[in-house]
Every structure is written in C-alpha cells, then in structure tokens.
Design a binder for this molecule. Sequence first.
Ligand SMILES: [Zn+2]
Length: 210
Amino acid sequence: MRRMDAGCGWAKVAVDGKRNNGICLLVFLLLKLRSKASADSTSNSSYTVNIMANTTNPNPEPLPADKVERTDADWCTVLSPQQFEVLRKKGTEPPFRNEYWNNHKAGVYRCAACGLLLFKSDSKFDSGTGWPSFSSPVAESNVKLVADNSHGMRRIEVECPRCESHLGHMFDDGPAPSGKRFCMNSASLKFYPSIDTPYTTSKPATDPSK
Ligand SMILES: [Zn+2]
C-alpha cells in the first residue's frame, strides 16, 4: 500500500453543490430511468434491482449520469487521507482491518466520494478475503468496469461511474447466479441502514485501519 498523501488534510466537509442543481433535470431522468427499469425487469439482466424505491428520501437519488468532477485539492476537503489514497489514487486498504469486511447489517452501500448507490446488503457475502465482497451491484449502470493491467496482472477495476473514483476489482469466482465477486475497499464505501437514509460524503471520525 502506498504512503498516504500528506497534503490531504482533515479539513471541514464540503457539501456537494451539484446535488442542488438541476432538480427538474433529475426528475426527468428519474422518470426516464423508471421506465427503463420497467423494461429491464423483463430482461435477463442479473443486476437488475429496483433502485426507484427511494421515494421518501428528500435527497434526490444521485444518478450515474449526474457527473461529479473535482480537483485533487477539492477531493482533499471532502475525503480522509485514507479515502483519498484509495478512491482517487487507486490504493488498496489492508484486509481484515477495514470497516465493512465483517459488517452483516442490512442496508445499502454508497460511494463514499459522491453518494451514488452501489450495493445492497443482500448481495454481500463472506468471501474470506478480508474485504467487503458483493455478488452484484444494485444496477449494471451503477458501476464502471475498466481493464486494469497494472502490477503484472490482468484484472477488471471497478470505478464509480458518477465520480470515477476507484472502488475495487471484479473477479469471476463469485457465487451463483452472477458468478461475480466485487471485491471492494471499505474506504470507498459508506454504509447506510436504509436506501431512504439521507446520504452524506463526510469523512469518518477515525481511520479503522489504525
Ligand atoms: Zn462516486
């Protein structure tokens, strides 16, 4: 694991201003997605999950197409040093010394950087790797898969399609029916007990790897 970026301090959390913009556009996109979700429910997509259940949350559900772009300096103001290293510099946290590898609570996991809904607890399984592992994301469109040939290996990197942060890797040795294992970094995720729990992009109070 690479050294933490000493320049990324623990400054006050900033609010994602983009979420406050384009409410009308979001409503339109949500309606559009709803009709697409209905169409998808009749397909054979193994990833199709109803993410439109979020009807009581006053926060608009962020969509993959609602892009978030920040400079490294800006990311430093909303991410902890460990989150910055993993999410923005493609680092890897240590196994078994991270927040969610052994979390069995029911709920949802969002991108720690931008709040995009990524996984539900019912797809989480004990992979024995020491990292939180999921058999499928909430929707195929809510993860971005990228070829990763670094470190002499051929792997598939998983990124957040909304903010292009690094989340982890996907492997083909997961449980049925998807056969996939989404091996994530806890630092890239933020757990909420319900899809209706208002999300934040705040930093953790303590670094669980220490
Ligand atoms: Zn994100």
